[in-house]
Design a protein around this ligand. Structure first.
Ligand code: NAP
Ligand code: GDD
Length: 329
């Protein structure tokens, strides 16, 4: 019998790679999607359009318990990957209330519905290095205390604790991934990596003249999303549930990302970057660097992509897209 998995956030970057990965392993893959996505499939389902015939999509939203309860009552699930969230840190400063609502209550609804209906279903929560925030030590491990610096980070700490508590209180198989930044050609345009690669391509092709950015000195441990979804799956295949840091163990500044991306197109980034105060955050996370020794030892996981390969792939994917469509990405 094929294993049955539900992915919330299947229309997002990670959801699309995870769906591909689980299908390749023979899973029956279900996705929870907002109704608006089903009504506007060409745009909202673009990351999974190549898979859609092999998926079972269920309309629901993280905003209400009954919609989640209905989906979970209809499918006998073996595994549930809870990826859906308001995931943009900057936006969480603009609207902390809705970020908290989606990310905390949405996670609580998922856990509560599984507790009621599918107590044996394994659960993955998309925790994040943003929980380390103003880091207490470097590199960051599973033992590093949390010090979130944004409503988003705070909401994810709450989701992490809810997940751990369902594991400890009810003996459910619940895991937290503490994933450091991961990118890909499917990354949303609001995140700095994709903003850099897509704008650099537009500059190269004469469709833009500058790139406006905020803090160039922030350091991130950047990996590739396709490597990171494999770690999510491995976490749910262990004898006991646990929490794991997933990271490359290398950190780079936003400036280095720019330098590499522009260089790939034969451009000097220094000539095109404009610093714009609007992109600074009220409280910044200055340095993230993960130590994923536990995941490497216990899950036999390791990333395949190097930082330079990730940047190159993103630049060339954006270039190919613009050359093909003739429009800015
Ligand atoms: P993403 O591309 O922003 O995708 C977010 C997904 O959540 C989308 O499918 C979105 O659906 C869905 N969603 C948002 N609000 C929803 C709601 N109210 N009801 C139902 N679905 C909703 O994010 P990602 O990069 O794939 O990240 C996946 C998860 O990992 C997120 O929880 C994120 O916080 C976490 N994470 C990401 C990273 C990273 O570097 N990428 C690192 C650590 C943790 P629509 O398409 O309908 O908007
Ligand atoms: N987005 C953005 N836009 N970021 C900028 C800009 C800009 O114009 N200029 C500088 N930055 C800096 C931000 O201040 C931050 O320090 C860094 O670039 C990375 O920003 P993002 O790409 O927006 O990602 P993030 O690190 O805040 O959050 C991502 O990674 C987290 C894991 O650590 C998201 O994917 C989160 O969902 C995820 O949890």
């Amino acid at each position: 019998m094929a294993k049955r998995a539900l992915i919330t956030g299947i229309t997002g970057q990670d959801g699309s790679y995870l769906a591909e990965h689980l299908l390749s392993l023979g899973y029956e893959v279900h996705g929870l999607v907002r109704r608006v996505a089903l009504e506007d499939p060409s745009r909202r389902l673009h990351r999974i359009s190549h898979l859609v015939d092999r998926l079972v999509l269920h309309p629901a939203t993280l905003e209400t318990y009954p919609s989640i309860f209905n989906v979970i009552s209809r499918v006998a699930l073996d595994e549930c990957y809870h990826l859906a969230a308001q995931s943009f840190v900057a936006e969480s400063f603009n609207d902390g209330f809705s970020t908290m609502n989606t990310n905390i209550n949405g996670t609580h609804y998922m856990l509560a519905a599984l507790y009621e209906l599918r107590r044996d279903c394994k659960f993955y929560f998309a925790g994040t290095s943003e929980m380390f925030g103003k880091v207490r030590e470097t590199p960051q491990t599973e033992m590093t205390p949390f010090y979130p610096r944004s409503p988003y980070g705070i909401s994810k700490v709450a989701g992490f604790e809810l997940t751990r508590n369902y594991r400890e209180a009810y003996g459910m198989y619940c895991c937290n991934g503490i994933l450091f930044n991961h990118e890909s050609p499917r990354r949303g345009f609001e995140f700095v990596s994709r903003k850099i690669t897509s704008t650099a391509v537009q500059i190269k092709l004469g469709m833009a003249t500058e790139l406006a950015l905020g803090n160039l000195d922030a350091k991130r441990d950047w990996g590739h999303a396709s490597d990171y979804v494999e770690a999510m799956h491995l976490m749910l295949q262990q004898p006991e549930p646990d929490d794991y840091v997933v990271a490359t163990g290398e950190t780079h500044t936003v400036r280095e990302f720019c330098e590499l991306a522009f260089c790939e197109l034969g451009l000097d980034y220094g000539k095109y970057i404009k610093i714009d105060e609007r992109y600074y955050r009220p409280a910044e996370v200055h340095l993230l660097l993960g130590d994923s020794t536990k995941a490497r030892r216990q899950l036999s996981w390791e990333p395949k992509y190097q930082f330079s390969e990730l940047v190159k792939e993103m630049v060339h994917a954006d270039l190919a897209e613009v050359l093909q469509s003739g429009k800015a990405p």
